[in-house]
Ligand binder design. Sequence first.
Ligand code: C2O
Ligand code: CU
Ligand code: CU
Length: 496
Amino acid sequence: MKKAGLAAIIIILLVVAGGWLFMRNMGMGGNVPEQGGMGQGMMGGSNNNVNNDSFSDGEKPLPIPPILEDKNPEPGKAEFSLVAQKGSMEFLKGKETDTFGYNGDYLGPVIRVKKGEEVSIKVKNELGEATTIHWHGLEVDGEQDGGPHTGIQPDTTWNPQFKIEQPAATLWYHPHLLDKTGEHVYKGLAGLFLIDDEVSERLDIPKDYGVNDIPLIVQDKQLDSDGSFDYDLSMHDVMMGLQGDTIMVNGAVNPYVEVPKGKVRFRLLNGSNARIYNFSLSNGQEFYQIGSDGGLLEQPVKMNNLVLSSAERAELIVDFSTFKEGETVELTDQGTSFMKFVVTGEQTGPSEIPAQLADIPDVDPSTATRTREFVMAGMGRNVTINGKQMDMDRVDEELKLHDTEIWEISNESTGMMGGNGGMAHPFHAHGTQFLILDRDGNPPPANETGWKDTILVYPGEKVRAIATFDHKGIFMYHCHILEHEDAGMMGQFDVQ
Ligand code: C2O
Ligand code: CU
Ligand code: CU
């Protein structure tokens, strides 16, 4: 008995120590970016393993995804067509790689709709393998949501129809096939889904698409020396989610974009599989965040760095009015620059940022019918929510239509041997938008006081968020590190 006990203890110690050494060797210090923007306060001087500076490929203009044509001339109605297809891209000069895209080689066009519109989208699958398409952040019924139950078989077309019932926002769309989301998104299947409403149209904010209202889809890829990338998961990728060494914006490495003097709006999407960024401008300049995942904030929030985890969005306004013609400034992640703004002569757009943006209802936690707990835990392929892994045949949570609930989302990860270096997990739920009540009991930072559908939960942290569930059907909640989602860090809720 005693000997067996001692042996067990020794084995446990060996396993724990081995795991710790393994983590050290793999360079797994956790996935939380350094704080403080500007690259100060960093241990190594630049962020872990991004090496955009090694590409001097000449200057590439930032590709601006086109706005998809609405084929329905009737007011109040919109009809779109998407084709998921195979493609090929030259990310580095003279080097081709196989990709996926919607209506093109890589990424997809912008679907742009108005609140109140009846929308019909035909999605044809020409990938030669099954896929799905999910409208991330959109409040529609489970049948239109495009989750893993709504597979689109090769050479078939799916035609969801829904009404837009939520405020102006920067949402996005991407595939959601069980176990395949990471690969499909990585190969290029993603696009923006913008909603306009009377508030976004009335406000004097930059709105000239592609000129002073510029989408930035930020993604990292692991480029091979021949400029190609494959979806090949290393042990490190299984643990941390796939983190590439090259940051791209709208599918371009180190692009530049010309911006007018004056105020410019950027719609940022972290479309990466796993990487969490901490964005700042290379000159340390402040900017204003005016929107979060699900819409405009109540007031602009002044900041000089912005943490964005996978799937989160932020609308920012940067003021370039003090720049001289031709002057440049770079957008950086923890001090590593990955794109450049070139200021041109003409001053356009509004001179002030409106002090008041959208109205966000005051939340009264006492209107919640219940509190539901979600505990994120585990490592590598053993990541779980509430101790379970995704099962298509199991409904994990049952909700009542139109109920308001508090979701208490916690992250048990603390890193090996109780040290730091745990995993932060971006928690996402479909079919609704949340308001964050508190983070570890403290009110959320000002830029998180608006609508959220993806909430980054740091190691050891507990976040409470409130939402009303006005759409029926089966929906997913999951970690939006796509390798965690594909490993099963996902569950289902049924609203009836
Ligand atoms: Cu962005 Cu379940 O998805
Ligand atoms: Cu989603
Ligand atoms: Cu995760």
